[in-house]
Design a protein around this ligand. Sequence first.
Ligand code: FES
Length: 103
Amino acid sequence: MIPVLPFDELPDGTARCVDVAGRQVALVRIGTTVHAVDDQCSHAKVSLSDGDVWPDACTIECPRHGSAFSLTDGSPDTLPATRPIAVHRVDIIDGMINVEVAE
Ligand code: FES
């Protein structure tokens, strides 16, 4: 696990891109839960952390073409994206968000 950001610095309902061991990861906070997924859309080189977070659906929407990716399993809900993005493990330890990058 790698400490990446204090929990308090990620406002509820927002996403932020962080570098985790050379990989760009989008942290997404929904309430007291933080999700971590690959920041790059699986359709093209677009940063998902620039897109909208949909707390009720637990998804983040690509700002370019609108595919929304599940924050729990990485799958896109609509075309044009067809491939999932990687989902990473998150632990909040002493107020710090820690991420373990998936293989
Ligand atoms: S670049 Fe993300 S859906 Fe097309």
